[in-house]
Design a protein around this ligand. Structure first.
Ligand code: URA
Length: 232
């Protein structure tokens, strides 16, 4: 692509992004200061989460830091807008996520898409979605402490790279990990906490909602809270 068409594509992308925020009535996030202090290019450094995330992905490499690497098919790093104002963190990839290398693409993922697009009225591509673990635990068993510890530095780096305004922790593992608590998800959901300076709202995991549809009303309350925080 020529330099001019790259600039045009970049401007279109930014216009689309701002239009989404306007739709939501949300103030756009403040532009980050240019890392190069480049006065000739005031947009330099405006959306640089992508470069920071790529660096994190490179550091993950072909990760062998825990035993899950032996049975996995893919490392599910997470995907979405690297400059998202809203980030979702789930538990761990399931079979379809492991197969495709993408977070939340199975049945729970479809419900998560509805929560984001129909509930919050944000295009899914505008948020960032990741998990506490990047590799699938065998038979979808619960994450173990050594696995969470091995993945933790990378999740922290992703959060620092994206610098979202709000993180939604999906389910017990993400909610407890983000809020550093052992309280059950039924107690911590809908409360605003903080993780690395970012507001956190834990809510029920979409897989739980598939089994317990009546809990959707609580998730809807939690999403209204998320909207208020984003508008804040
Ligand atoms: N459940 C999760 O917690 N994460 C996924 O990516 C898929 C299902």
């Amino acid at each position: 692509m020529s330099e001019l068409s790259e600039i045009i594509a970049d401007l279109r992308e930014r216009a689309r992004y701002y239009a989404t925020l306007t739709d939501l009535g949300l103030p756009p996030r403040e532009p980050a200061a240019s890392p190069r202090g480049d006065a000739a290019d005031p947009a330099a450094g405006l959306f640089d989460g992508g470069a920071r995330l790529r660096a994190v992905r490179e550091e993950v490499g072909d990760c062998r830091r825990c035993k899950l690497s032996r049975g996995r098919h893919s490392i599910v790093f997470g995907q979405g807008n690297p400059d998202a104002r809203l980030m979702f963190i789930g538990e761990a990839p399931g079979a379809e996520e492991d197969e495709q290398g993408l977070a939340f693409v199975g049945r729970a993922g479809q419900l998560l898409t509805d929560i984001i697009e129909k509930g919050l009225r944000i295009p899914r591509r505008d948020v960032f979605i990741a998990n506490v673990l990047m590799c699938r635990p065998p038979d979808n068993r619960n994450p173990e402490p050594d696995e969470i510890l091995a993945c933790q530095p990378f999740l922290e780096q992703k959060i620092d790279a994206i610098k979202p305004d709000v993180i939604v922790g999906l389910g017990k593992f993400a909610g407890q990990w983000l809020l550093k608590t052992a309280e059950p998800i039924s107690r911590i959901r809908g409360r605003v906490g903080e993780y690395r300076g970012v507001k956190v709202v834990p809510t029920y995991h979409p897989a739980f909602l598939l089994r317990n549809p009546s809990a959707k009303k609580e998730v809807w309350e939690d999403m209204k809270l998320v909207r208020r925080l984003l508008a804040g």
